[in-house]
Design a protein around this ligand. Structure first.
Ligand SMILES: Nc1ncnc2c1ncn2[C@@H]1O[C@H](COP(=O)(O)OP(=O)(O)OP(=O)(O)O)[C@@H](O)[C@H]1O
Ligand SMILES: [Mg+2]
Length: 261
């Protein structure tokens, strides 16, 4: 198992945190930090204080950190194992989500990239055609990679509204995901670049993951989401199981995040 998925580096709710710097690309207040643990080497983390959450029109204020933690908790309990350890913690800087930092060791453009229209390489899925900033016609595409398919299934049950390329963390032979603040809305909001398996029949191991999701959802999400949000996780999972296939884009909602990379 990837070290970022195993034993939590910050067990208790109180953590001594040293902020190393702000992650500039992030739109919320997102920091690179080190958690100090008695008798252990400092652990590098991503720190998202609730007070730094930018208000959004569609998600209730002050709930993004709990959604990040809920995504981790469900990933771990159902056996997806795609989210680095994430905990709600209290620090001198207030309450927030603390997530283990993952050292990315593969190029992200080996997973999601653009190609000239009509030139999708073998082993890739085209997702959507677009025009780039220079007026060239391009296809957004992603690799036919089982590690991405696992994330696509996870996003279907969590209703992830923000699966773009920079939220993929390839490391140690696995692909983990980050930035799950926009998950678990009660309305359908799946927005992802990983549409290559839309309508594909579920495999047996995926059915097992979904059945486990169903079984653990209430217990692991209860303290983090509203009862309605938790019920929707079960309802979405049931819907995927009943259809026997990965979901297809809905007309009612823009299915691709922007920017996608
Ligand atoms: N656990 C992690 N390990 C390694 N890198 C990470 C981790 N979490 C986030 N990052 C990197 O930091 C970037 C910003 O983090 P994140 O997307 O979670 O912040 P955000 O404030 O929610 O961003 P935005 O709202 O702009 O999407 C990510 O795109 C990713 O490159
Ligand atoms: Mg982000």
């Amino acid at each position: 198992m990837h070290p970022a998925l195993s034993t939590p580096p910050f067990e208790g709710p109180q953590v001594e945190l040293r902020v190393l710097g702000r992650i500039r690309a992030a739109s919320n207040a997102t920091y690179l930090a080190e958690a100090d643990l008695p008798g252990r080497a400092p652990v590098r983390c991503v720190w998202k204080p609730v007070a730094g959450e930018r208000p959004l029109w569609d998600f209730p204020d002050g709930t993004l950190a709990a959604r990040e933690v809920a995504a981790y908790a469900l990933s771990a309990a159902a056996g997806f194992d795609v989210v680095p350890t994430t905990r709600l913690v209290e620090t001198a800087q207030g309450i927030g989500a603390l997530q283990t930092w993952v050292e990315v060791d593969e190029d992200l453009d080996d997973l999601v990239d653009l190609a000239p229209v009509g030139r999708i390489p073998e082993g890739w899925f085209g997702v959507v055609d677009a025009v780039d900033a220079y007026g060239r016609e391009v296809t957004l595409m992603h690799r036919d990679d089982p590690r991405l398919r696992r994330l696509a299934l996870f996003d279907a049950v969590t209703n992830n509204s923000d699966r773009k390329r920079v939220h993929l963390l390839p490391s140690g032979g696995q692909v983990l995901g980050c930035d799950h603040g926009l998950c678990f809305h009660v309305e359908p909001k799946l927005r992802t670049v990983l549409w290559g398996w839309a309508g594909a029949r579920l495999r047996d191991d995926e059915v097992v993951l979904l059945e486990r999701t169903r079984a653990v959802a209430a217990e692991v999400l209860g303290g983090l989401l509203t009862p309605a949000e938790t019920a929707e996780v079960v309802a979405r999972t049931d819907a995927v199981l009943a259809s026997g296939a990965l979901p297809v884009p809905q007309d009612s909602w823009p299915p691709i995040p922007w920017p996608p990379l």
